[in-house]
Design a protein around this ligand. Structure first.
Ligand SMILES: [Zn+2]
Length: 128
């Protein structure tokens, strides 16, 4: 879901850091250090190894249609990326505890910001 791929899997597929850097302005979004998401179908032949990790069509269609850039969607999109960052953080260890804002994002709890409750984060649907 969300085409999450880690650096090791990209490297195993022959994708180097230079190609990752270039793909970030095309079909790849960095979630956190070493974790990425394939966000669109790409026809660039040099990105074919990256495109192989893009199986969540709804997630790619969301980006291809530019919905993530719409002003009305922007906050929810950024919240969703923050939640993906918490979910896929690669350095958790046994017995680590997630708390505070990260725990709220993980459990989709509303946050109290600037004197009022934020709107609820994305529901169970695939895209924010
Ligand atoms: Zn690409």
């Amino acid at each position: 879901m969300y085409n999450i791929v880690c650096y090791d899997d990209l490297a195993a597929a022959g994708v180097n850091t230079t190609l990752i850097r270039r793909a970030k302005s095309c079909c790849l979004v960095k979630i956190c250090r070493g974790m990425y998401s394939v966000v669109r179908e790409c026809t660039n032949p040099s990105h074919s190894a990256i495109a192989a990790f893009g199986t969540d069509r709804e997630w790619m269609r969301y980006h291809e249609q530019g919905l993530h850039r719409e002003r009305s969607q922007r906050r929810r999109y950024l919240d969703h990326l923050a939640r993906l960052r918490v979910l896929h953080y690669p350095h958790y260890r046994d017995d680590d505890v997630v708390w505070g804002v990260s725990a709220a994002r993980l459990h989709k709890l509303r946050l109290f910001v600037n004197g009022q409750w934020e709107l609820p984060m994305g529901g169970q649907q695939n895209c924010p």
